[in-house]
Design a protein around this ligand. Structure first.
Ligand code: C2E
Ligand code: CA
Ligand code: CA
Length: 406
């Protein structure tokens, strides 16, 4: 049993007087200030012990102004003009402990807490939205759909014949991918860049290669002079060991590498050394390389000369009738540059007979375009390549057009 005397001795001051504690026969006399120091109170917090009903503190870290209401409403927060006070009972029924903070500090704490809660709520909302977006992207976005298209059967390879303009004979075909999604056909111009951005391009190219091999390998085995061409993204070449994997696939189908052309675009020139080494690897294995969309990029011709390229495909932009029959000889220069690189040239996007003769006279022998054939299914292209078709140049109409322009 301990007994306390708070107002012991001469000095009864609330923070300088003394407290006497007795336990059995031991009496301890402590300075109030030292006792309060031992509590290590936050200096913004005032603590005091009061006798119920008495306005004078028995012990207090600071002078506390409290209302009568604060001492009677035990365990209730009482808001005064200058301070916020909370009284709570202690071991001795006649005593009350009070803690008080200034009203300003109390307000600041609450504003801070409110602010913290707002930040917390914003963070939680942000995290929830982020996860919803992740789930959405994973399940419903075009990227996710493309991923499942790769696993399912929504992708298809079409083939557009490449023709010898002098004879009209089909010499090869370019493999072009199609994506059928919910009754619509998504253009490769839209989904290939998407695949390049989300790392799907390698798998897409491997799938394309396998499909082309399935579709055409038997035919190619019996038609040594024909070839098939597939588009090879420089992103795939730069980001994976795709060349070795393509070679593995094609080896399984016993395809002669010389009957397989890989088309790269001029953007390849910035794809880096690794991509370049893969191109050289493909060339070493015996595959041919075509430079697609020639003239549309801003490639360094000297650099192009060093690349292992066999075929140049002149972009359709340069060989439109408008361009060819205008006094602007740009198209002719492009072809001259291509010819000076001493490679096989294919003109793309030939839509009418009037484009054929100028191309032939400029020294371009091969072409691809709707005038000859549109991209078509594997079965259809096999039939076409099997039987061949002749295209003749309508010389009369061509000469009259040329005369008109001049
Ligand atoms: P590209 O390699 O330049 O392919 C030629 C594009 O021109 C094809 O469009 C073809 O359908 C179109 N075309 C052919 N003849 C004509 C014509 O006479 N007139 C006009 N206006 N267009 C013609 P497509 O199939 O929509 O392919 C667009 C591009 O998508 C391709 O351009 C190629 O860069 C890319 N692409 C297509 N399939 C694949 C693929 O399997 N892999 C990769 N990496 N890219 C592909
Ligand atoms: Ca191409
Ligand atoms: Ca092209």
């Amino acid at each position: 049993v301990r007994t306390y005397w708070f107002n012991a001795g001469q000095d009864t001051n609330f923070n300088t007087g003394e407290v006497i504690i007795r336990e059995k026969r031991v009496h301890l006399r402590i300075n109030k200030g030292i006792l309060l120091d031992a509590l290590a109170l936050d200096e913004r917090l005032a603590f005091g012990l009061f006798e119920r009903g008495s306005p004078e503190a028995l012990l207090s870290s600071q002078k506390i102004e409290y209302s009568h209401e604060a001492v009677t409403n035990i365990e209730t927060i009482v808001h005064g003009v200058d301070a916020v006070v909370y009284a709570y009972p202690v071991k001795w029924a006649e005593l009350v402990a009070l803690i008080a903070v200034s009203a300003d500090y109390y307000k600041k704490v609450w504003v801070g807490l409110f602010f913290l809660c707002c930040v917390g709520v914003v963070v939680i909302i942000g995290l929830v939205l982020y996860f919803i977006k992740r789930v959405y992207l994973l399940k419903f976005s075009l990227q996710a759909k493309l991923r499942s298209a790769l696993r399912g059967s929504q992708l298809q390879m079409l083939y557009q014949p490449i023709v010898d303009m002098r004879t009209g004979q089909i010499v090869g075909a370019e493999a072009l991918m199609r994506w059928h999604l919910d009754d619509r056909e998504i253009s490769p111009a839209e989904f290939i860049p998407l695949a390049e951005n989300n790392g799907l391009i390698t798998d897409l190219t491997l799938w394309c290669c396998e499909q082309v091999a399935k579709d055409l390998s038997v035919f190619l085995a019996y038609s040594e002079e024909k070839y098939v061409s597939i588009n090879l993204s420089s992103v795939a070449l730069a980001s994976s060991d795709i060349a070795r994997r393509l070679h593995l696939i094609l080896s399984r189908y016993a395809i002669r590498p010389s009957q397989f052309v890989f088309e790269i675009t001029e953007s390849f020139t910035v794809a880096g050394e690794f991509a370049e080494s893969q191109l050289f690897y493909l060339r070493e294995m015996g595959y041919r390389i075509a430079l697609d969309d020639f003239g549309t990029g801003n490639s360094n011709l000297i650099y192009l000369e060093q690349l292992p390229v066999d075929i140049i495909k002149i972009d359709k932009y340069f060989v439109t009738p408008d361009k060819m029959y205008s006094s602007d000889a740009m198209w002719w220069h492009i072809i001259s540059i291509a010819r000076s690189l001493d490679m096989t040239i294919i003109a793309e996007g030939i839509e009418g007979s009037d484009q054929v003769e100028p191309l032939l006279s400029a020294g371009v022998r091969y072409a691809q375009g709707y005038y000859y054939y549109k991209p078509t299914t594997a079965e259809a292209v096999l039939k076409l390549m099997g039987r061949g078709r002749q295209f003749s140049v309508d010389r009369n109409s061509l000469e009259s057009r040329l005369a008109c322009k001049s």
